[in-house]
Design a protein around this ligand. Structure first.
Ligand SMILES: Nc1ncnc2c1ncn2[C@@H]1O[C@H](COP(=O)(O)OP(=O)(O)OP(=O)(O)O)[C@@H](O)[C@H]1O
Ligand SMILES: [Mg+2]
Length: 322
């Protein structure tokens, strides 16, 4: 079977075990194929844990959940050097970051130095302790969650570090019909005395996943579509070109990481839809999730109830698509 067919089968299996939340499911696959990390914002109880657990059961690899708390230390994530007095030597004991799929729950509950240990590992793909660096596995995906309602005692991630996330996904409550289906599904699982979703029978091998990633890199991006991508990102830095009202809204634009992310994600999206070329619609679909955490609105914009999503909508209206 081709890697395309195997990944499609996994996607169908995951969709059977999670009702709705299709955006989250698709973006988990996008991140997996684009080799990036995602930040998920949403209320409690919206199947975030379930989604990554189901996905992990469908991939050959090790999964780990890390609950971020105020007393967490960087070494609790990365690992520590252990001294052996008899030999007078140190050995490194790997921390939970040495897993393939990681759920970093409620990252804004931990202090800044713990957050930056996570974000550094995400970007560098290695852990440096003293003079030695320990490489993280090739398949290394972090899904971090944060509650959108800022509470007391939380530490919002610094803007500069948010950039390390390939995508910021927002999820919402299920519809009535979906909620009914969730009831049925979870009831049925309880009757079968099953804890959570049924595991996926034939997990995807890492070899297949890496082959799929290589195919994603081969997806064609026409010159005109690439130009569109670049103009969208550039518009966040030179908004005056698209109207003085837009210029009043944007304080800072997105970094080149945004263009790179958009390129990677649009290709992954095209591949997931079974195409070998990117369309402007791939770019449009991914733009909010790629940009929303990388742009900074002005005080004026925020005071007037503007959100980064509304600004991104304006960009999509004003930057002409090919
Ligand atoms: N869309 C869904 N499909 C299937 N089950 C769901 C769905 N939404 C919620 N559930 C069920 O609701 C419960 C809560 O889900 P889960 O623990 O994954 O939420 P969460 O987003 O991780 O919450 P928290 O933010 O509190 O950690 C689980 O029993 C899960 O099976
Ligand atoms: Mg959870």
């Amino acid at each position: 079977m081709s890697s395309q067919a195997i990944v499609q089968r996994l996607l169908a299996d995951v969709r059977q075990r999670i009702i709705g939340q299709d955006r989250l499911i698709l973006r988990l696959f996008t991140a997996l194929l684009a080799d990036g990390h995602l930040l998920v914002e949403g209320a409690p109880g919206l199947a975030k844990t379930r989604a990554i657990q189901v996905l992990s059961s469908g991939i050959q690899g090790r999964f780990c959940r890390i609950q971020f708390t105020p007393d967490l230390l960087p070494a609790d994530l990365t690992g520590t050097e252990i001294f052996h007095p008899q030999q007078g030597t140190f050995t490194f004991r790997q921390g939970p970051l040495f897993h393939n799929l990681i759920l970093a729950d409620e990252i804004n509950r931990a202090p800044a130095k713990v957050q930056s240990a996570l974000l550094e590992a995400m970007a560098e793909r290695q852990i440096s302790v003293g003079s030695t660096s320990h490489p993280l596995p090739e398949l290394f995906l972090v899904m971090a969650t944060q509650n959108p309602i800022e509470q007391e005692g939380t530490h919002p991630l610094p803007e500069a570090q948010l950039d390390r996330f390939l995508l910021l996904v927002r999820i919402d409550y299920p519809t009535l019909a979906e909620e009914r289906a969730i009831l049925q599904l979870v009831r049925q699982e309880a009757r079968q005395q099953q804890k959570g979703a049924a595991p996926i029978a034939e997990p995807l091998s890492q070899t297949t996943l890496l082959a799929a990633r290589r195919e994603v890199l081969q997806v064609h991006l026409a010159e005109a579509v690439e130009e569109y991508l670049l103009q969208l990102v550039l518009a966040t830095r030179q908004p005056q070109r698209y109207g003085s009202d837009l210029a009043d809204l944007l304080q800072y634009g997105a970094s080149p990481r945004a263009s790179l992310a958009l390129d990677r994600c649009a290709r992954a999206n095209a591949w997931l839809m079974g195409r070998d070329f990117v369309t402007p619609d791939d770019i449009k679909a991914l733009l909010p999730e790629v940009l929303r955490h990388r742009i900074q609105l002005t005080y004026h914009a925020e005071a007037n109830g503007m959100t980064s999503d509304k600004v991104i909508e304006l960009l999509l209206q004003r930057v002409p698509a090919p």
